[in-house]
Design a protein around this ligand. Sequence first.
Ligand SMILES: Nc1ncnc2c1ncn2[C@@H]1O[C@H](COP(=O)(O)OP(=O)(O)O)[C@@H](O)[C@H]1O
Ligand SMILES: Cc1ncc(COP(=O)(O)OP(=O)(O)O)c(N)n1
Length: 271
Amino acid sequence: MKNVSKALTIAGSDSGGGAGIQADLKTFQELNVYGMSVLTAVTAQNTLGVQAVYPMTPEAVRRQIDSIAQDMGTDALKTGMLFSAEIIAAVAEKIRQYQWEKVVVDPVMVAKGGETLLEREAVDSLKNDLLPLACLVTPNIPEAEVLTEMSIQTMEDKKAACQKLHRLGPKWVLIKGGHDRGDDQATDILFDGKEFFTFQSKRIPTKNTHGTGCTFSAAITAELAKGAEVPDAVSAAKKFIAAAIENGIKIGKGHGPTNHWAHRLKGDESN
Ligand SMILES: Nc1ncnc2c1ncn2[C@@H]1O[C@H](COP(=O)(O)OP(=O)(O)O)[C@@H](O)[C@H]1O
Ligand SMILES: Cc1ncc(COP(=O)(O)OP(=O)(O)O)c(N)n1
């Protein structure tokens, strides 16, 4: 095989395999992209929640990034769980050093069960150190509310939040609609500082949504690695995540993971 596209995830490990590094690598593989990983933290986690978090040292994060950058390089990268201001500073330093541009920042803050994946005091570092380096930032509604310090209830609020986030420096902002209150559509809004793009799909009634945000941002990153423009990458990733949620895996006692191979299924097949 020639000209294989490469994508890197800088994120935490989910021992349950539904979110984090594991979800990202499964997604890269499904989308025919060679996946590489830099671990920021190990979580003891399953479908019921996060039982423990063990962050890596910032030096360990720097060394992993150097190993990849100085040998294989990457066509695009995403960040997920970064946990602390110190780890964010290490990641930002390396993105600047290697002049990486296709950088997708998924500003992971809390797990579905409410457990902390980003220390409260690290939010300012995320805004000041990392967002200015991002090609795209992909908050869900609660994350966009923390980053903008505004309440997001309506589509107009979502657009105003996009504008506020864009002023922090990312080239593109995508506010996701998984947490939209009382809507039968999952509507994501993309903004490049001038124009709004809307991506909509039917809201699927399921509790098996563990790792949706990770999988979605990994799919966008894979498409960018293959050379897609941002709106096309989001459009392809939206189809990928809709199939993954529709065919979510009934495993464990809590929120089961999305199904990374669902895009290969036809019609009414499910797990
Ligand atoms: N129940 C659902 N049905 C269809 N699409 C969904 C559903 N939940 C989330 N999505 C979509 O999955 C992607 C991830 O969104 P979201 O759940 O908001 O992220 P996060 O996992 O970070 O909270 C978005 O494209 C969103 O619109
Ligand atoms: C290690 C790790 N990273 C990220 C998350 C959050 O994943 P997300 O896709 O937002 O899914 P839910 O937590 O909402 O299911 C995580 N849980 N673990």
